[in-house]
Design a protein around this ligand. Structure first.
Ligand code: SF4
Length: 240
């Protein structure tokens, strides 16, 4: 156990916890956007910025990635932390003004509208999709392309590999801004992603004739779980 203070409260946290874990456990709220408890932390959205004081020096860190340490003093709502969060949110909002999630956070932060404008884009580069595809699905079909750190994040993007993608739609589910969407039309699943459009043939149920899941996804599961080749001949409704 390590003892630290968060907003003047003494907190005993387990080694390896992050500031965000320790704050949540204590009931202290820190906003997040690119964080998900089932995925590795990334810190890319910077909405969880907090101020830490250690050995007489202070600095800003992302609460979702910064580990707790004995004697650490954390201030979650300092002027500096709030200014950093506000700027990060304004940048995101300027690029994606129609996102319900960002609008909700903007209300929380007291931002009526960003103080500057940027080229609008759907993807806010939170990389939740990249981590979901890699860590939950295991397909590693999405790559984050920074395109040169000095050329500006507006040129960065995420790219789906059609070869690796199985059309499971987990990335569309996790995307907070609908930059990835999925639609099943007849016998085809269409995944619309920042780098284009991917199509997948859907499997037809042998019993009821309904198209119910991408063939590629079912083949992937059969292979991974070592199931019989006919394991998914029927849809869940028609299975015994
Ligand atoms: S739809 Fe493709 S890219 Fe998205 S999570 Fe599934 S496998 Fe990965």
């Amino acid at each position: 156990m390590v003892r630290l203070t968060i907003d003047n409260q003494i907190v005993d946290a387990e080694e390896g916890m992050t500031i965000l874990d320790a704050a949540s456990k204590t009931g202290i709220y820190i906003p997040t956007l690119c964080y998900h408890e089932s995925l590795s932390a990334d810190g890319s959205c910077r909405l969880c910025a907090v101020e830490v004081i250690a050995n007489g020096a202070s600095g800003l860190v992302t609460a979702c990635t910064y580990p707790v340490a004995a004697g650490l003093e954390v201030i979650t709502h300092s002027e500096r932390a709030m200014a950093a969060r506000k700027l990060a949110l304004e940048l995101l909002l300027a690029q994606h003004p129609h996102s319900t999630k960002l609008q909700q956070l903007a209300r929380e932060f007291g931002i009526a509208q960003p103080s500057f404008s940027l080229k609008e884009q759907e993807c806010i580069l939170c990389r939740l999709c990249v981590r979901t595809c890699r860590e939950i699905v295991g397909a590693e079909a999405i790559t984050f392309l920074a395109q040169g750190i000095n050329r500006g994040t507006e040129e960065a993007t995420v790219v789906h590999s059609y070869e690796k993608c199985i059309g499971c739609d987990a990335c569309a589910y996790i995307c907070p801004t609908n930059a990835i969407t999925v639609k099943d039309v007849g016998d085809t699943r269409v995944l619309t992603v920042p780098s284009g459009r991917l199509e997948f043939k859907l499997k037809k149920c042998k019993t009821c004739g309904k198209y119910w899941a991408p063939e590629k996804q079912l083949d992937y599961i059969i292979k991974k779980a070592n199931l019989a080749p006919d394991a998914f001949d029927n849809c869940p409704d028609c299975r015994d």
